[in-house]
Design a protein around this ligand. Structure first.
Ligand SMILES: *Cc1c(COP(=O)(O)O)cnc(C)c1O
Length: 408
């Protein structure tokens, strides 16, 4: 008899986005004349810029040529991309990395989900609340948790509430934890962490022999000069942190797929009898066994993000999204809402009015303004009473959405 991995049965079948679709569909069936504006989606809306398209065209032609065809590439990614990453994203910020510390992949979702695999099953996991669900669900699948309670919190996971009181940067946990997931700039709250705040976490990880998994998927949206783009800008972080980056939000690659993960040489984990083990070769082993490399075309496209034209064109798109964000923040503040994020991140985290729950406010916005948001409670118990608005969208639609919200 084939037995199922029963850990999967602990997971609620994807509730948030299907429920949003259901409510939107039901509304549009009843109100076919209404034009619905979606500010709920964490996906890019602008086309890839010309420098990237041109590089891809050339790569496609190579694939159609007997002499230039690329078959399997290095599992860790091509050096032309790894070197562009190191020079532009790290060296420029005072962080030196070797090529073997960079692992190119087809997405930060897979990387943030897969990395836990190389650590023991009895590690204690800490996540923020609200949280990007991938971190939690992959640990549930791996069997690192008990069952979920009514609020959706899994037994055995340490949840660290992120609220206006701590500026959405969690306090250090009272209990000892081993694997800590942090995401800054944050999805969904749009919050960022300052150097001093990250330093506390690096110090905690060192003192407790813990590892931080730092998701920097929204690093390109940082506008404030004092905010670190990489956790390795904190001294000593290479000993205790893995960093995830992606071209998805940075350069509109959500449909094209390319990302990378940094696993420093200095990073150590321990055997049960206390012997230090280098994490980099273990991740390399896992990566090479289960992954055969991101596509050549995607990697050429990703390298073009760092060309002079690519940089300018990508920057312009980020500015477009961030001008949406400031319109959303400005409008809602004027209307007397409590608004967070939207300055160094493409997400705005909005406190509902009149003590409405996240879903009540979702229905209110949908019915009164025909605008779709994402209920904060879907990202964790501490997200109740908030909704997320996304700055990814056409500026005309975002402006129209704001006009409609002003009128209600
Ligand atoms: C969008 C997103 C990513 C990127 O995922 P990809 O698989 O690279 O598209 C990673 N982390 C967070 C928190 C995200 O919102």
């Amino acid at each position: 008899m084939i037995k199922i991995n029963e850990n999967y049965l602990k997971l609620a079948s994807g509730y948030l986005f299907p429920e949003i679709s259901r409510r939107v569909k039901s509304f549009s069936t009843k109100n076919p004349d209404k034009n619905i504006i979606r500010l709920g989606i964490g996906d890019v809306t602008e086309p890839l810029p010309p420098a990237i398209i041109e590089a891809m065209h050339n790569a496609v032609n190579q694939m159609g040529s007997k002499t230039d065809l690329k078959g399997y590439g290095p599992e860790q990614g091509y050096d032309f991309l790894i070197e562009a990453i190191i020079t532009n994203d790290y060296k420029s910020r005072g962080v030196s990395l070797e090529n073997t510390e960079v692992f190119v992949s087809d997405g930060a979702k897979c990387d943030t989900g897969n990395l836990q695999e190389i650590f023991g099953i009895d590690n204690v996991i800490a996540v923020t609340d609200p949280v990007y669900p991938v971190y939690v669900d992959t640990n549930v699948m791996a069997g690192r948790t008990g069952k979920a309670d009514k609020s959706g919190r899994f037994a055995g996971i340490v949840y660290m509430p992120c609220t206006p009181d701590n500026n959405f940067v969690p306090e250090l946990p009272k209990e000892k934890v081993d694997l800590i997931y942090l995401c800054f700039p944050n999805n969904p709250t749009g919050a960022v962490a300052k150097k001093e705040q990250l330093k506390k976490w690096v110090d905690y990880a060192k003192a407790n022999k813990a590892i931080i998994l730092f998701d920097a998927a929204y690093e390109a949206f940082i506008s404030d000069n004092v905010i670190p783009h990489s956790i390795y800008e904190i001294e000593g972080a290479k000993e205790v942190a893995v960093e995830f980056r992606s071209f998805s939000k940075t350069a509109g690659f959500t449909g094209l797929r390319c990302a990378f993960t940094i696993v420093p040489r200095e990073l150590k984990a321990w055997t049960s009898d206390g012997k230090a083990v280098d994490v980099n070769p273990i991740w390399n082993r896992r990566h090479c066994t289960k992954f055969n490399g991101a596509s050549y075309v995607s990697q050429v496209a990703a390298a073009a993000v760092y060309s002079a034209d690519g940089k300018k064109q990508v920057r312009k798109i980020i500015e477009l999204y961030m001008s949406n964000a400031s319109l959303i923040v400005g409008t809602l503040k004027k209307l007397g809402f409590e608004v967070y994020g939207g300055v160094n991140a493409p997400y705005v985290w909005l406190k509902t009015k009149n003590k409405m729950t996240s879903w009540e406010f979702f229905d209110y916005l949908l019915n009164k303004a025909n605008v779709v948001c994402t209920p904060g409670s879907g990202f964790g118990a501490a997200g109740e009473g908030f909704v997320r608005l996304s700055a990814f969208g056409d500026p005309v639609n975002v402006a129209e959405a704001m006009e409609r919200i002003k009128k209600i």
